[in-house]
Design a binder for this molecule. Structure first.
Ligand code: FO1
Length: 322
């Protein structure tokens, strides 16, 4: 029987991992539960960066070097908006990408839920996985930062913190606004319950995987699933492999080490954890927290290296199942 794999994914790291996973197990039935806390409404359009990054990466449309947005992109619409004084200028929406957001917003306006819209968009891109948003309800991650104008604090949208401010100012709290009232999208809990293996890719543990787990019912479903749950550390040598995960880990009081992230998820949630070979010293610490741990190369330098990581994650899942 086809192996059923469920992956809780953020943007670039999750998408690249999925490409390796598909290459490692081309016949597997893969369901991706995508983070929608990074979603943002701009120019009247709904933009879903993480869903699109997964869809474009697996569908062959991604800007490879950048990791987000479309290959062969142009920015005429953005330039025209700027000529009218309409921003924000700090968020790079390209012309090709705009079309996706127009279709999505039009369908949502016509009454389709985000899960149905995502399915429709994937009909074009054929990502080779079933891509589900974590929820059809609006969830928006906000970051609490110092406000230099009032000498107090203010909340900004995650994209403003990440893209405009480059996560350069300390984050005091990360709040997935709307998560408490959100329901898992159709198929999410069913996929988790039916999974043979559940994987946490090297995505951001706070604003990507953490936000998916914040949707009521998802954490409980993962924790009580019959399937082994295995994660791959996004932290290598005490620093994020890419992105600025250390900034948001600090906000939730978690050190930027492979072992600390494993303990943050905890033995109640994950059964296995892969750390990079440079973090081999962390294996004993993770195992003492009740989580089976192995050190293997975790740099996603190309699809082959990523496929080997995915195969190691599946092997660890088999080991904990036994
Ligand atoms: N990341 C940037 O660093 N700068 C951008 O201007 C930017 C625009 C953008 C537009 C569409 C999209 O799907 C993603 C985009 N990203 C951009 C990536 C995104 O901000 C984050 O990397 C993810 O939300 C984190 O997973």
């Amino acid at each position: 029987m086809q192996q059923r794999i469920v992956v809780l994914a953020g943007g670039i790291g999750g998408a690249r991992f999925l490409r390796g996973l598909k290459s490692a197990v081309p016949d597997a039935d893969i369901t991706v539960i995508g983070n929608t806390g990074d979603d943002i409404h701009l120019f009247g359009l709904k933009v879903c960066p993480d869903l699109d990054t997964v869809m474009y990466t697996l569908g062959g449309g991604i800007h490879e070097e950048q990791g987000w947005g479309r290959a062969g992109e142009s920015f005429a619409v953005k330039e025209e908006l700027a000529a009218y004084g309409v921003g924000p200028e700090w968020f790079g929406l390209g012309d090709r990408d705009f079309a996706t957001h127009i279709v999505r917003t039009q369908m949502i306006g016509a009454g389709y839920p985000l899960s149905a819209v995502t399915e429709a968009l994937c009909r074009r891109w054929q990502p080779g996985v079933r891509l589900l948003p974590m929820s059809d309800d609006r969830v928006e991650t906000h970051v609490l930062i110092d406000d230099p104008d009032s000498e107090g604090r203010k909340a900004v949208h995650f994209q403003e913190y990440w893209v405009r401010l480059h996560a350069a100012t300390p984050a005091h709290a990360i709040v997935p606004v709307g998560a408490e009232e959100a329901k898992p999208a159709p198929g999410v809990l069913e996929a988790i319950a039916a999974a043979d293996v559940i994987l946490f890719p090297p995505s951001n543990p706070v604003v990507s995987v953490g936000t998916i787990l914040a949707v009521p019912g998802v954490r409980e479903a993962v924790a009580s699933a019959a399937a082994p749950v295995v994660g791959l550390s996004p932290i290598v040598g005490n620093a994020p492999v890419r992105g600025m995960a250390d900034k948001v880990l600090e906000a939730v009081g978690v050190e930027s080490t492979a072992a600390a992230v494993a303990r943050h998820y905890g033995a109640g949630l994950i059964d296995g954890w892969l750390v990079d070979t440079v973090d081999a010293d962390a294996v004993a610490e993770v195992e003492s927290a009740g989580i089976r741990c192995r050190s293997v190369p975790l740099m996603m330098t190309d699809v082959e290296a990523t496929a080997r990581m995915a195969a190691q994650a599946l092997a660890l899942a088999e080991e904990v199942r036994a």
